[in-house]
Design a protein around this ligand. Sequence first.
Ligand code: DGL
Length: 281
Amino acid sequence: MTQPDIVPPASPLLDTSLGEGLRIGLFDSGLGGLSVLRDLRQHMPLAQLLYVADSGNAPYGERDDAFIAGRALAISEFLLSQGAQVIVVACNTATAMAVHTLRQRWPELPIVGVEPGVKPAVAVSVNKRIGVLATPGTLASDKFKRLIEMHGQDALIVLQPCPGLAKEIEAGHLDSPALRALVETFSQPLREAQVDTVVLGCTHYPFVAPLFQQALGPKVRIIDTAQAVARQTQRVSAELPRLPRPDYKPTTQLWTSGSVSHLAQVADRWLDLKAQVSVFP
Ligand code: DGL
């Protein structure tokens, strides 16, 4: 009688579409990128997420390109040293000012940037009057100018810089009188311009989307790109090698250059996330 072939037990298949076995690094000037982290956790709940909040240097929106490029390089270097296989620049300002520097430094690395959702806004707007809320740095950048040239031609685009808004959100109170006053100031020109669609062009702003909705009125459609970023991250990581099961846990780890306890509290309050938080070295 011939012996049957000995077949090794099938290794359990990793659920790659849910991010299993994958380490994703992301960063922002501070707490804003948590809005991207939130959607990444929904789309890829089995991925290991490594997040750096550069709150000690926030806001980025009023800083120069060289400073932001330096921070983006140092933080990405750190995330790679922690095993990140993909970098998500969860910050519109850092994407506008530094994503090209990161791509030059690591030409083979999948890097996902975040940019204001002008294209989807033009697609859904009925009256083709669109407002863009973003940091002064993002709106002044060449990358943003090119985005408008490419996708904003068929619409009236009203640019509204929001100095001070990310800083106020960093304080962690999403309904303070100071925050409401800023939201009102930045919404008024958009109401006057009768826009029907407003782009949140900074990852901090989704956390105050309800305040903007109130100030702009219920008919205005608000566009946030976090879901699109999560889908793009899924796409670029589809072919990456996966870490094997026993060595791998789908945890979320946070680091900050600001206050560890503040980030821990905010992650818990805003995302219901109880994560290990460490000092960014
Ligand atoms: N969250 C950032 C962005 O998406 C930057 C906010 C800031 O630090 O000014 O642009």
